[in-house]
Design a protein around this ligand. Structure first.
Ligand SMILES: [Cu+2]
Length: 495
């Protein structure tokens, strides 16, 4: 059920996929909400099936869609599966449909359709609140990738219908003089410079996207190529302080040899001439791992497998890895109970823990009985508690504004429990919207502490929409030992 996972402003997690890996029987979509506050039993889950697709009469088959969180907290889900491979056609095909999920009413609304299908697209929320949509298999079941670049304009407040516009004309990507058509699920980030960066997984999928107008006002520039192909590797915008990210880190993935790599590389848009430079390698080579930004600015890498054998993992890949920004080194942490490779997801929860879920062809032995299992129809999740949750009492947020305006300063209140250390930092972390190792809404923005007087903190909001594209963020306080509070959601608004 957890091929796609999105953290909602209510603190719940939206999970969607197909109901069972049994394509001939169940070629339709399923979605559920998990409320972490209600624990891990059946009562903590509520089914929220996607709307009926009039072409099939069944819930829309949105698994392996792209998804991101819009500025108003609604979730855009675009594309999905139109057709599976079969005896006569080995290709899959992409859905043209798109939906919004409203976390408050917990209901879906259908959006206009895209011009062509998209199975495995990426969605990028830009500084102006619109969403760039790229890649994915088309609807024709010919194995072709959708070469349109489209932009979704969200509905006005209170309205339900957004709009897709074609950017640069039909087939703008991959045409002569235009950027390459990115491979499936391209890595896309909104950078401090006010540009989108497309960064892999194929080496030449590297270009900057200017904030598009519509039609022919498409502006782009080439960017340095990756050192290698990183299919189903992870890519993360590294924390760049209060001004937002300038660097992207890529780890793992597989290349032409079909084997996972442990290598990593980074790009800094403030030094483009340096290109992609080697970064501290993972301890264990991985593909289909999930790498998450944590509130303290470190990273955790979870799961993954051996490479092009997408559902195959080894014991080494059970262990999580932790990245220290001060040393650029990865070290091994505790092991997961299950293998989690292809179709696994991980999200940072508002309470500072990390949900790790999925791998719909689960080849692990049953962790309770030790019995082998072929894994089909087995789906489980586990929760990782990072080291910062074992270092003493956590600071507590007692009051925070619901909305903060870019460029402003704002006040919030907190308390430090007995035995706790004083608060030193405040950060915004965007809620995850992840599938296939690609988190389409990952971002960490430091907030400058302007003044601290007792329990009151005065904080500087991010300076502009390139530092923090408007939308919901989890605000964490961190004490002198890096122990985070439980987050509160704040909505960052344009000035
Ligand atoms: Cu998939």
């Amino acid at each position: 059920m957890a091929i796609n996972a999105v953290v909602l402003t209510t603190g719940k997690v939206l999970l969607f996929s197909y109901p069972r890996r049994d394509f001939a029987e169940v070629d339709y979509g399923a979605a559920t909400l998990w409320d972490p506050v209600l624990g891990t039993g059946p009562d903590a889950f509520t089914d929220v099936p996607p709307p009926i697709d009039p072409d099939t009469g069944r819930p829309a088959n949105i698994f392996c869609a792209g998804q991101t969180v819009l500025a108003d907290g609604r979730v855009l889900v675009a594309g999905g599966n139109l057709a599976y491979e079969n005896a006569t056609n080995r290709n899959y095909a992409g859905l043209t449909r798109a939906y919004l999920f409203d976390p408050v009413t917990e209901t879906w609304s259908e959006q206009p359709q895209m011009r062509q299908g998209r199975w495995y697209p990426t969605l990028l929320r830009m500084a102006d609140g619109r969403v760039a949509v790229a890649s994915g298999l088309n609807e024709r079941q010919d194995g072709g990738t959708n070469r349109d670049l489209e932009v979704f304009t969200p509905p006005a407040p209170g309205a339900s219908q957004g709009r897709f516009d074609l950017v640069g004309g039909p087939d703008a990507l991959g045409s002569p003089g235009r950027p390459p058509t990115p491979a499936l699920y391209p890595h896309m980030f909104w950078m401090r410079s006010g540009r989108g960066l497309v960064a892999g997984p194929s080496p030449r999928d590297t270009w900057f996207l200017g904030a598009p107008g519509v039609d022919d006002s498409f502006v782009w520039e080439d960017a340095p190529d990756l050192s290698r192909r990183r299919s189903y590797g992870a890519a993360v915008p590294l924390p760049g302080g209060p001004q937002g990210p300038t660097q992207v880190l890529q780890t793992g993935g597989y290349g032409d040899d079909n084997a996972s790599t442990a290598t990593a590389e980074r790009f800094d848009e403030t030094d483009p001439a340096a290109g992609w430079t080697p970064a501290g390698p993972l301890v264990t080579a991985r593909t289909n791992q999930n790498t998450k930004l944590l509130p303290d600015g470190s990273l955790v890498t979870i799961g993954g497998g051996v490479g092009a054998a997408l559902w195959t993992a080894t014991d080494a890949q059970r262990a999580v890895e932790l990245w220290d920004p001060a040393t650029d080194r990865w070290r091994t942490g505790p092991a997961q109970q299950e293998f989690r490779a292809y179709h696994s997801t991980a999200v940072l929860l508002p309470d500072g823990r990390v949900l790790s879920a999925g791998d719909d062809v689960n080849t692990s032995a049953d962790p309770v009985t030790g019995e082998p299992r072929d894994g089909n129809l087995v789906d489980t999740a586990e929760i990782y508690s990072p080291p910062y949750l074992f270092r003493g009492p956590r600071p507590q947020i007692t009051a925070v504004p619901e909305r903060v305006t870019l460029g402003s300063t704002f006040k919030m209140r907190h308390r430090v429990p007995a035995g706790g250390r004083p608060v030193e930092r405040a950060v915004l972390v965007a809620p995850s919207a992840v599938t296939h190792s690609v988190d389409m809404n990952q971002r960490h923005v430091e907030l400058t502490v302007v003044r601290q007087a007792g329990r009151t903190l005065r904080l500087q909001a991010p300076p502009d929409a390139n530092a923090a594209p408007p939308g919901p963020y989890m605000l964490f306080l961190l004490d002198a030992d890096g122990v985070p509070s439980v987050a509160r959601f704040v909505e960052v608004q344009p000035a």
